[in-house]
Ligand binder design. Structure first.
Ligand code: GRF
Length: 203
């Protein structure tokens, strides 16, 4: 499975994918990394792993449609079959979603449909919920609303700090994202007529 990864920041989830491939837990290849920010540390991770990358400047996004066309073109030329938004903090437009129908995966640090948006961990913490978690879903035109592939929950401890929660959420992401990609690579994930995700062979 040939994957294109979209990032905006630290790229720890990109690293989790790279590590899973290196350790043969994931039969895939990252063909390109595109960052929405030139200073994203994830670009250095891509470089260290010998992965081709592209950094888009803020000016590029002044024309969102042009930016999305560029992303779609670059990812197609690199031969990507699936795109993974791994902490990608920009909205992906129809130019990309239509070029990769049901093939764009997003990672969200809360149990969707709760706490959509860019500050999900903080929002869940502030709401005082006792259980939160992470969601991996197919991206569509509606922000954080595409078909859910997998979720993992965790209980927020009494007196737990936001830092601790954030750390545990990230650890969960690093575990689940390669697992989900592995299911996709094995052809075990499909979207039914009801637009719900079904995973073959899962109890
Ligand atoms: C992750 O928590 C992801 O869910 C969120 O942004 C974070 C990205 O972290 N949308 P990293 O860049 O992969 O380290």
């Amino acid at each position: 499975m040939r994957i294109g990864v979209l990032i905006s920041g630290g790229g720890s989830n990109l690293q989790a994918i790279i590590d899973a491939i290196c350790e043969s837990r994931l039969d895939a290849q990252i063909v390109k990394v595109i960052s929405s920010r030139p200073d994203a540390y994830g670009l250095q991770r891509a470089k260290a792993a010998g992965i081709e990358s592209l950094a888009l400047s803020r000016e590029v996004f002044a024309d969102p449609r042009g930016a999305n066309e560029l992303i779609a073109r670059e990812m197609r030329q690199a031969g990507a079959e699936y795109l993974v938004m791994a902490g990608y903090m920009r909205m992906l437009g129809a130019e990309v979603l239509d070029a990769f129908p049901d093939r764009v995966i997003n990672l969200h640090p809360a149990l969707l449909p709760s706490f959509v948006g860019a500050h999900a961990i903080e929002d869940a913490f502030a709401a005082g919920v006792k259980v939160t978690g992470i969601t991996i879903h197919f991206a569509n035109a509606e922000y954080d609303k595409g078909p859910i592939i997998a979720q993992r929950a965790l209980a927020i401890g009494e007196g737990e700090s936001l830092d601790s929660l954030t750390e545990r959420i990230h650890a969960l992401e690093h575990e689940l994202l390669p697992e989900v990609l592995s299911l996709l690579a094995a052809g075990r994930v499909c979207i039914g007529e009801d637009r719900k995700v079904h995973i073959a062979g899962l109890a």
